[in-house]
Design a protein around this ligand. Structure first.
Ligand code: TRP
Length: 337
């Protein structure tokens, strides 16, 4: 059975953009495939500490997993949740792959360039981040790795290092993950969903935006969220058409509604195209946001920590031996065993 694997960032104040762009798509992908694939969803807590060391990781780990359960992830025996730091093979594999990856290729990683730009000093973890991510993927022979576009370069590195290792030792040690175009086909959203700000729809919705009305936090009151949609910035063209260039606000609302109702965007566009009553579209989106947020929040609070901890424990007992076996294989190839 092939493996779908992804790392979900731990984060406390997520907004509607994360919900619609990351949490829901991954939940739907897992529900669609978990009968025929292993689905590994893990918390990359060792990645988190490259920037935030503030004692919130444990709590936020539980919360992140609750988000997926509350979003409708259907558990079964093929779905595995685990924490990276609970499986030491991730770190050990990273060291071995550090001796395969080159400084040149790591320096070319745009995430590293962005994070280090203009700083006198950056920690070495930021530089080595991609190699740890490659280990996360190769340890479990993952074929599909659903990630945002900003992570595609790291995915390419995983392919390159897998091929390099297999070639160097002349053995099929690692499964080479699918290339990015096959990944996108598998994920089914080639455009990549980018939810825009409600007040300035030229921009992405962002948690650091000072305009409170621009974003809807997942912790926000459903009533307040409803109001924010009703007051979202649109345009004065007076007719609904899907075009992010001329009508970014309206297009954003159409996209949000399609995702909330789990309908293809085309269908949502057809329903509203040519309509002149912006208020009706807003009312529809506002009601969906309000209902879904209320339901989501009620579910998140109803899940006890113990449930999540049990889930992690069982996922870790699944993942640990697989990771150790793969690590041993590479240690043997290196002549360490
Ligand atoms: N770097 C990913 C992100 O920022 C998270 C991540 C870590 C990941 N390890 C991974 C994703 C392995 C997929 C596979 O979103």
């Amino acid at each position: 059975m092939k493996t779908i694997l992804t790392g979900v960032r731990v984060n406390s104040d997520l907004h509607l953009g994360h919900f619609l762009g990351v949490i829901l798509p991954l939940t739907r992908l897992a529900n669609k495939h978990s009968k025929d694939y292993n689905v590994n969803i893990f918390i990359p807590d060792l990645h988190t500490i490259i920037s935030e060391i503030d004692g919130t990781i444990k709590e936020n780990t539980l919360l992140s997993i609750k988000y997926y359960l509350a979003a409708g992830l259907e558990l079964n025996n093929n779905i595995h949740f685990y924490r990276q730091s609970y499986i030491p093979a991730h770190s050990e594999m990273t060291w071995l792959l550090n001796c395969i990856a080159t400084v040149g290729e790591l320096k070319r990683m745009t995430q590293y360039k962005d994070k280090s730009a203009g700083k006198d000093s950056v920690n070495a973890g930021i530089f080595d981040y991609p190699v740890l991510m490659v280990s996360d993927i190769l340890l479990y022979d993952a074929t599909y790795v659903p990630v945002g576009e900003d992570q595609f370069q790291h995915l390419e590195l995983a392919r390159n290092l897998a091929l390099r290792v297999n070639h160097k030792f002349n053995q099929d040690i690692f499964t080479v993950p699918a290339n990015t175009s096959d990944q996108m086909k598998f994920m089914g959203n080639t455009d990549g969903v980018r939810i825009r700000s409600l007040t300035n729809p030229e921009k992405k919705m962002s948690k650091s935006d000072p305009a409170d009305n621009s974003k809807i936090l997942l912790s926000e009151s459903p009533k307040a969220a409803q109001k924010k949609i009703m007051s979202a910035t649109t345009d004065s063209l007076g007719e609904i058409n899907f075009d992010f260039k001329t009508q970014p606000g309206i297009s954003n609302l159409l996209q949000i509604n399609a995702l909330l109702e789990d309908k293809p965007l085309d269908e949502m566009i057809k329903t509203w195209q040519g309509n002149t009553r912006y208020g009706d579209l807003k009312k529809s989106v506002a009601k969906n946001v309000q209902d879904i947020l209320a339901d989501f929040q009620a579910k998140v609070t109803s899940i006890p920590d113990e449930t999540v901890l049990e889930l992690l424990k069982s996922g870790e007992s699944y993942a640990r031996p697989l990771a150790e076996t793969k690590l041993l294989r590479l240690q043997s190839a290196f002549g360490l065993r």
